[in-house]
Design a protein around this ligand. Sequence first.
Ligand code: NOJ
Ligand code: CA
Length: 542
Amino acid sequence: MGNYEDKGHLPTFSQMDTGPNSPAWLNQAVFYQIYPQSFYDANGDGIGDIPGIIQKLDYLQWLGINAVWINPCFVSPFQDGGYDVADFYRVAPRYGTNRDLYRLCREAHRHGIRVCLDLVAGHTSTDHPWFKASCLSSRNKYSDRYIWTSSTISGADIPLSFIRGYSERDGSYVANFFYFQPALNYGFAKPAADQPWQQSVDAAGPLQTRKELIKTMDFWLSHGVDGFRVDMAFSLVKLDPGHKETIKLWQDIGQKVRALYPDIVLIAEWGNPEESIAAGFDIDFVLPFGVGGYTDLMLNEKSFFRRHGGGNIRDFLKLYLEQAAKVKGKGLISVPSANHDVKRPCADERTVRDLKVIFTFLLTWPGVPFIYYGDEIGMRYIPGLASKEGGYARTGSRTPMQWGDGPNAGFSTAGEDQLYLPLDPRRNRPTVKNQASDPRSLLNHVRKLIALRRRSPALQAVSALIPLQVENNDRHFAYLRQSASERFLIVLNPSAEPSLVRINGIKPDNLVPQICHGAQACVEGDDIQVELAGISYGIFKL
Ligand code: NOJ
Ligand code: CA
């Protein structure tokens, strides 16, 4: 176990400072997130599938990607895009078979790409056979797999969402997200003495749930999967101040699983790196919730990456640096381009030019970059779509990938009305095909940035970040990335206003432009002077 002999071949790396248990390959990782239903439809039924992902591995390799995270692809009634799992051990027929997924792992490895699945650890669908058994009034093996109060009629006065009147069993169940996502029972941090239905984390039911989770992980890892992004990883133990018991639980799970598969990655959807990295995860995200920071950077009207909002980098940077200091040497933080839950960067008034500034940041920033499918070509968030599979406002970020200029943008050969979601209707919508052949496209910009990152130790996950003082104008941002052997200066101006900035106190020997647009730098004594056009970026090797 732990090698890839019959699972394709991957490069090996020596241990770096990615975290005490983290695989060294993370230092150079560039992730790509695939929403499988919208990526590529290989059998023409209108829904993306696993054979479709296999067919696009050449593309991902060309782009420079070396790891993917695939949103849940398991049997599900799809009331929440597959985050409502009805069988953790079986690929949803609409995506293919288990064999297709095993083959994806082998083929991906041959392309130098690792494969991570989405582990929905906190809940199942109400359709799951465990839950159906749990709903019965007669006691059975699954009675304690979920959290049930002891009476349907009398309410429970605690801050959890209770669903009443669903079952013949007398009791209400706790829902984790939507009502049809009953929370699995990992116990309560401090069960109330007078509420015997609140079980402790080491009671028989919660321990059995934990065992089953480990079994699921082992199952997929044994078939060649390289790790998991864990959905709502913070949510397992209930009423758990500071997530102390949830942290202990993940430490235990991580230890057991890593003993068998030392090279895997565990990525948390937690939004609080201090906690998630302590829990043994390798990576956590900057998200709109938890500690936050993502909104200040990307999403709100005053976010830094808005031309006219007047925003600055300060709010994001403060949160980021605090967290980064807390997890230094222990784990990594990722700033994703977007994900299936948030607006794509191509929204509102942003154009390719703005997106190039954003990607220059994302791919020169420490931690592990995550590119959400389609963001590399500037696919647009489509407002106003009817909700699909529990997407609601998120639906606009989940439309089919735009590959070429054929029907359905090359996503599927199905009729337009069969598609999982409608395509961006604009005539000039971006496609991989158009952009691949245009050297000035966003796609080629992203590809160049990935290549530069992968060949430059200073730009990789663990190398130092040194934010710089840019003379009294915080619409700009400049920082150094540096390793033992090299140093880069990155300057970003996402605002529409041009300006001249002086960066104090760096005496560079050299100032070699790498990937630049509208940014011209020269050395002036001990300082660097940069002329920045509106919406510009520059990466310089010092
Ligand atoms: C977070 C996932 O990213 C989201 O899409 C889902 O709806 C919830 N967790 C519930 O699983
Ligand atoms: Ca299909």
